[in-house]
Design a protein. Structure first.
Length: 189
């Protein structure tokens, strides 16, 4: 079995990225188990808070990520870049820096996203690259996937209703699942 953690970078009511995360889980190939995780309870990073002890929400998510074979980030695009709340969560997971190798190093990561805009989340995905590179993840790049015009492909309940998007997402998840299975870490660094 291959274990995947799926983390949307937005948790607002009606979030297209939560809807996309759920659709990605539904499209995961046989042999993959998926867990939907949240960044909602992670506080704004503050070194003084960290000095008093890592918040429980951070520790819990960090351990879930460290135990997974792969991570799928489902990132919105805010102002042509990464959402601050999602970047904040990733920053917390990289603290202390001695945990970077254990949590991120060589771990297979995928990156998808949805936006009501015409450009989808391609600028956000590009903006994530320096962060993911410095953390040392093994980024799946054989396929790219972002949803433009998300309000047209998800219904008001968050169900994916566009067959073409469902088909492309299915192909992405097949490829990502195979990538994770092939690149599983056998032991923590």
């Amino acid at each position: 079995m291959t274990s995947l953690v799926v983390i949307p970078g937005s948790w607002r009511t009606g979030s297209f990225n939560v809807a996309l995360a759920r659709a990605a889980i539904a499209a995961a190939p046989a042999g993959c188990t998926c867990v939907l995780e949240s960044i909602k309870d992670i506080p704004l990073y503050d070194g003084d808070v960290e000095a008093r002890g890592t918040p429980a929400a951070v520790t819990r998510l960090k351990e879930v990520v460290a135990a997974a074979d792969g991570v799928l980030m489902v990132s919105p695009e805010y102002n042509n870049s990464v959402p601050g709340t999602f970047k904040n969560a990733i920053d917390w997971l990289s603290r202390p820096d001695t945990d970077i190798a254990r949590v991120f190093g060589g771990r297979p990561f995928g990156l998808i996203g949805a936006s009501p805009g015409m450009g989808g989340t391609r600028l956000s995905q590009n903006a994530w690259l320096p962060t993911l590179r410095v953390l040392g993840v093994n980024l799946y790049s054989a396929r790219f996937f972002y949803v433009a015009g998300a309000h047209k492909v998800f219904d008001p309940s968050g169900a994916l209703v566009d067959d073409k998007t469902r088909d492309v997402l299915g192909k992405y998840m097949q490829g990502f699942g195979a990538f994770v299975a092939k690149n599983k870490r056998t032991a923590s660094p």
